[in-house]
Write a protein that binds this ligand. Structure first.
Ligand SMILES: Cc1cc2nc3c(=O)[nH]c(=O)nc-3n(C[C@H](O)[C@H](O)[C@H](O)COP(=O)(O)OP(=O)(O)OC[C@H]3O[C@@H](n4cnc5c(N)ncnc54)[C@H](O)[C@@H]3O)c2cc1C
Ligand code: FES
Length: 326
């Protein structure tokens, strides 16, 4: 175990040489800035003032070339090789409700929902603890670890993942096409979680595999008897994915699912809306205030919807919860 200390003395924790600095800090129940745990967002930037680290992904897109030249590193991509003194660049937004832990789970079911998207049903050796909206790192030996969001409400030792097989993607394609009986997981991670207090409605906006955490959150609300309106905007370029979404949400009178096909070709018969989510949302949403918004999907979709909500409709930042799928 190595001792890690921040220059302002606010963070002191221990990290094993096989753990990233970010995971070790969260396991110690400390508030550390992060979002994706995947090298994409740059929230976990640090500088190492004393000591040595092993950088797992030196070219990770979460850092600009300028930041790399200044010696900045990503805590989610660095493992300690000695005791360290570090400077944490950003401020932590909040503390995780549950510290992440490693565990293994058996694959007990797998079904394809479209030609690209599949559902994995897992049964863990222990209770799977998380807040709806959070994600787990799935590690395949030799290939690496990737983030996948829980798609089910909390359910004992059961965990459901919905994964899109990305063309040429190492982990997603191996999970889609190889025979995998047991998975190593680490989690939960993520600060974009279900929050209910004074809101008058909850709005979920998802693109592609971003549907996974929306299912976990919306189905949790429905099963707990939430009485305010629940609106789900789901965008995909595959009609089959929009149709399967209809069957994955629990039925409830207060749930409205608005499916949006992002590209309509001449061979597709489609009666519903087409285009970009940020163009369709204002058609169905008269009121943007007293609303909790949950966004999940590719980074350009999240940016376009954030602009619609914050700049064009004055939604406060605290009411927008998002996970970008890097
Ligand atoms: C918070 C979060 C939640 C997500 N939830 C889901 C989900 O529920 N369902 C879903 O289908 N997808 C989800 N994703 C996307 C998922 O994690 C993968 O990026 C996706 O499956 C592609 O992985 P791949 O190995 O198939 O593709 P590849 O192209 O082989 O891998 C690329 C991805 O791996 C990550 N990566 C980490 N370390 C390295 C490294 N050293 N070198 C290269 N790449 C690295 C990067 O994030 C990159 O985007 C989520 C992503 C994030 C950040
Ligand atoms: S949390 Fe490290 S880059 Fe996103």
């Amino acid at each position: 175990m190595f001792k890690i200390q921040s220059d302002d003395q606010l963070l002191q924790f221990e990290s094993a040489s096989d753990d990233t600095l970010l995971s070790a800090a969260l396991r110690a129940e400390l508030a550390f800035p992060y979002e994706c745990n995947s090298g994409g967002c740059g929230a976990c930037k640090i500088e190492v003032l004393e000591g040595e680290v092993n950088n797992l992904w030196p070219d990770a897109p979460g850092l600009s070339d300028r930041e790399r030249r200044k010696g900045r590193l990503l805590a989610c991509q660095c493992k300690a090789q000695s005791d360290l003194r570090i400077k944490v660049i950003n401020r932590a937004e909040g503390r995780a409700l549950y510290p992440p832990a490693r565990f293994s789970a058996r694959v007990v079911g797998k079904r394809f929902l479209s030609e690209e998207m599949f559902e994995l049903q897992l049964e863990a050796e222990q209770e799977v603890i998380f807040s709806p909206g959070q994600y787990f790192m799935v590690e395949l030996p030799e290939l690496g670890a990737r983030a996948y969001s829980a798609a089910n409400p909390v359910d004992g030792n059961r965990l459901t993942l919905i994964i899109k097989a990305v063309p040429g993607g190492k982990v997603s394609c191996a999970l889609a096409h190889d025979r995998v009986e047991t998975l190593q997981l680490d989690g939960p991670y993520g600060l974009s979680v279900l929050t209910t207090a004074d809101e008058q409605q909850s709005v979920f906006i998802a693109g592609g595999s971003g549907i996974a955490p929306m299912l976990s959150m919306a189905n949790t609300l429905i099963s707990e008897g939430y009485e305010h309106p629940i609106k789900v905007f789901y965008g995909s370029r595959l009609k089959a994915e929009l149709e399967m979404a209809e069957s994955l949400f629990l039925s409830a009178d207060n749930l409205k699912l608005i499916n949006v096909l992002s590209n309509l070709d001449h061979n597709t018969r489609w009666q519903g809306k087409t285009g970009y989510l940020h163009d369709v949302i204002p058609i169905y949403l008269e009121c943007f205030q007293n609303t909790e918004f949950y966004l999940c999907g590719p980074p350009p979709m999240i940016s376009a919807v954030q602009k619609l909500l914050m700049i064009e409709n004055g939604v406060p930042f605290e009411s927008i919860h998002f996970d970008r799928f890097f």
